[in-house]
Unconditional design. Sequence first.
Length: 182
Amino acid sequence: MLRYFFIFFFLMFNSFSNAEVRDKIIKNLKDTKNLDFNFEQNINGKIENGNCTIEYPKKIFCEYARSNNKILVSNGKSLVVKSRSSYYRYPLEKTPLNLILDKKYLINKISDLEARIVNKSLINFTIFDENNEINIFFDNQTYDLRGWQNTDIYQNFNITFLSSIRKNRVLSKNLFKIPIQN
């Protein structure tokens, strides 16, 4: 009987702890208007890095280091990847970033999901949406977004890790302006 009590107590504590972590992440997301961070991105083994700014909902601007002036920009509707030699424009809703950059969507999904602790430092939620599987990672201490893992529109496996995160900064109004094609 005592054994069942300990199992019940463990399950109740784990459930309470999970709900508490989820609530702290949701509160942190609600309080975040924008993020500025360094990133390291691994797409099928090719590693790139740089700096990004996210403004909710659905806006992002990234400058890649050492890569032909490559930028990635979303104004909330379109996503453009531009370098000196190429220009690609996609409807944002056709990309996994459409979900990752949607704070309300993330909050709604996280509300219903179980959190997993990864290496004692990250909290992971796995989101399934139509043909997308997205793993979202948050810091176990600050509850800040720390990265994501997904398959992109070309079926490339993509891991993005965030560092040096700053929140709620004053941003330029033109930062998320879609660049013109050369």
